[in-house]
Design a protein around this ligand. Structure first.
Ligand SMILES: [Zn+2]
Length: 79
């Protein structure tokens, strides 16, 4: 399981729509990869804020943090 793949499956993973085998591979990767964990945590937080609040634009800081984490992660995954 590669970092890029994690990012690709992230939406389904957070939706709990993945098959158990794939889910397990992601969780294994997350245990070892701090960067992916950061991306997953940030995304989770973003979704929680989004779901728990009135329909409103995503807080600017959260969106920025998410973008920064993703950009940083993708840069590193490509290297
Ligand atoms: Zn990773």
């Amino acid at each position: 399981m590669k970092c890029k793949q994690i990012v690709k499956e992230l939406a389904d993973y957070l939706d709990e729509a993945l098959d158990p085998t794939l889910r397990e591979s992601i969780e294994l990767h997350l245990e070892k990869c701090k960067d992916c964990r950061l991306v997953v945590d940030t995304t989770k937080q973003t979704i929680q804020i989004y779901c728990n609040s009135e329909p409103a634009p995503l807080p600017q800081t959260t969106r920025q943090r998410l973008h920064e984490a993703l950009a940083k992660h993708l840069r590193r995954a490509r290297a």
